[in-house]
Design a protein around this ligand. Sequence first.
Ligand code: ATP
Ligand code: MG
Length: 300
Amino acid sequence: GAATRDRLRIAIQKSGRLAEPARKLLAACGLSWRESRDKLFCYGESLPVDLLLVRDDDIPGLIADGVCDLGVVGRNELDEQAGARAQIGLPQAYRELRALGFGQCRLMLAVPEDWEWTGPEQLRGKGLRIATSYPSILVGWLQEQQIDAQVVELSGSVEIAPRLGTAELICDLVSSGATLKANQLKPVETLLESEAVLAGPAGGFDDARAALAQMLLRRMDGVLQVRERKLLMFNADRDALPALERLLADAGPLVQLPSVNGSLALQAMCEGAVSWQQLEELERAGARQLMVLGVERSLA
Ligand code: ATP
Ligand code: MG
């Protein structure tokens, strides 16, 4: 569907794990919408960028068919459907434009807890059945590992398959591992590291949407770059400086601000979150009045 359009249409999950963070990210990029009554389509107000609220499974297909221009979807879903398209000889229709830093999970092989795991080669020649919702990624991995297992495709509740006797092991998404544990399974091999991604058409755009997409990507980069960045501020005596600098070796340079009544006022930019434990270590090394501030946006 190569129809020319002057508005950009982005598909996001209607409800579920990726719905809220996707909306928040797009809102942080300066987008706002007038919501329709049925809430399937949100008309863009601040920019000609509309939202389509759908099931995450539908997003790759909507981009492939040109119904949507961009989509926020798990890499697991995108890769699975790309693999399925390739298997039936369809051309690549979409690509990952950005990794978005939320919705992290792993596609993992999990076996009954009481199995002793020595490696994938122990599955060879056993004629085992593996339940999964990701058959194309699993089949690819099995071929790589030269394992001749039978893939049992299930659309949900994969983790109960071993108890039901429909498969001996499973291949499923894992984040905390609690679901596996509750089903007496343990994760043993990672097939894919996944997170939410921004997906777009393999070919790009050749009308007004090109400039819109470019602007959105630039703003998104600005949001993503500072998302985890924290400004750390504190006071300390001069003789504590070497120890504090050692503790902050991974952060940006320790900046000295004009000092107040003898003690130094210091600040450092940290690329990741600053934990309570790090703050307590800094305090023991002589830092006082510690404060961690979030960074909202920046233009490089
Ligand atoms: P939909 O109704 O949209 O099809 P769903 O049940 O398929 O919803 P969710 O469970 O909301 O989808 O998961 C959406 C995405 O969140 C997954 O495709 C995956 O990329 C990511 N995700 C992160 N952690 C997990 C997890 N522990 N289990 C499943 N998905 C996870
Ligand atoms: Mg789904």
